[in-house]
Design a protein around this ligand. Structure first.
Ligand SMILES: Cc1cc2nc3c(=O)[nH]c(=O)nc-3n(C[C@H](O)[C@H](O)[C@H](O)COP(=O)(O)O)c2cc1C
Length: 261
C-alpha cells in the first residue's frame, strides 16, 4: 500500500481486538515517530505507551475507545508552529500505522488527561493535548457506528467549496496542478469532522487559510497540510511552506495560515 492509498482508506478506529502491539510493531511505530518531520518549527513530543493488557490499569476516554492497550500521547507547546507541527508529524505516524494494518483515532476532546500522564515527564511549556489508541481493529461495535454517524465521519465538504483559483469566486479544477494534493488534504481527519481548511491557488503558489471552529482547528490544519505535503512528495514535487508577506485577502472569518510553492 502506498501513501495515497493509505490516505484514501484510513478512517478512525475506536474498537480494538484487546491484544497489545507486538514488539515488531512497537519498534516500527517508534521509528515512525523518530522519522516524522515537520516544515514548521515548534516543540512536539510524541510517546507510545502501554497501559496494561486486560484487567490492568486503563486510562479514560469516557468509553469512546474499546479494547486498546497501547496509546500515543501527543504533547506540544502552545505557539502556532508547535500546534501545526504536532498535527503534521503525528499524522505521518497515523498513515504509517494504517499501512501496517493498525488503526488509530486522534482524540483531542474525549479523554481524561490525568489518567494518561502518570509517567510522563515534559518540559514546562509542553502539555499533553491529544492521545490516540493504536492496535489491530476489533469488530465494529454499535457505539462506534453511532459515533461515526453522529460525526458524519464519512462525509467531506465538496472540493469546490474548499479550494479556489485566482479569487474566492472561482472553484479550483480538481485536474489542475495542485488538484490531487488538495483532494488528499480534503480526506484528512479533523475534530468533529469540522474540516476548517481552505486554499486559494494563485499561479504556482497555494495560499492556505482556515475557518477557526474550535481550539483544535489549528491542529486539524497541521493534519491537512501533512496529507497535502505527503502527496506532493509522493509525486516528486519539492515545494516549501512559507509565510507570505502578501496574500489575497480572504472572506470574513477566514484566517491566513501558510503558503506553499
Ligand atoms: C484533532 C482531532 C481531534 C479529535 N478528537 C476526537 C475525540 O475527542 N473523540 C472522538 O471520538 N473522535 C475524535 N476525532 C476523530 C474525528 O471525529 C474523525 O477524524 C472525523 O469524524 C473524521 O472521521 P475519520 O477519521 O473516520 O475520517 C478527532 C480528530 C481529530 C483530527
Amino acid at each position: 500500500m502506498n501513501i495515497i492509498e493509505a490516505i484514501k482508506e484510513r478512517r478512525s478506529i475506536r474498537s480494538y481486538d484487546g491484544n497489545g502491539l507486538s514488539d515488531v510493531e512497537i519498534t516500527m511505530l517508534n521509528n515512525a515517530i523518530a522519522e516524522a518531520y515537520s516544515p514548521f518549527r515548534g516543540e512536539v513530543k510524541i510517546e507510545l505507551l502501554r497501559f496494561g493488557l486486560k484487567g490492568d490499569y486503563k486510562p479514560s476516554t469516557y468509553g469512546v475507545i474499546k479494547g486498546a492497550t497501547d496509546y500515543f500521547l501527543i504533547c506540544y507547546a502552545a505557539d502556532e508552529d508547535s500546534v501545526l507541527a504536532a498535527g503534521f508529524m503525528f499524522e505521518q505516524v497515523v498513515l504509517n500505522a494504517w499501512m501496517a494494518g493498525l488503526g488509530t483515532c486522534w482524540i483531542g476532546g474525549t479523554f481524561k488527561g490525568s489518567t494518561f500522564e502518570r509517567n510522563l515527564s515534559l518540559p514546562d511549556n509542553v502539555k499533553l493535548k491529544a492521545v490516540s489508541p493504536v492496535g489491530t481493529p476489533g469488530s465494529t461495535r454499535l457505539l462506534e457506528r453511532v459515533t461515526h454517524f453522529v460525526m458524519g465521519s464519512q462525509n467531506r465538504k465538496p472540493f469546490d467549496t474548499l479550494f479556489f483559483e485566482g479569487d474566492f469566486n472561482h472553484p479550483l479544477s480538481p485536474d489542475s496542478r495542485f488538484g490531487e494534493a488538495l483532494a488528499m488534504l480534503r480526506l484528512a481527519p479533523s475534530s468533529t469532522n469540522s474540516q476548517p481548511w481552505r486554499a486559494l491557488v494563485a499561479g504556482d503558489t497555494v495560499h492556505f487559510y482556515y475557518l477557526p471552529k474550535s481550539y483544535l482547528s489549528l491542529l486539524d490544519c497541521g493534519i491537512g497540510l501533512c496529507h497535502f505535503s505527503e502527496t506532493e512528495r509522493f509525486n516528486g514535487q519539492k515545494g516549501d511552506f512559507f509565510i507570505a508577506s502578501d496574500y489575497p485577502a480572504p472572506p470574513k472569518g477566514w484566517l491566513y495560515l501558510r503558503s506553499y510553492r
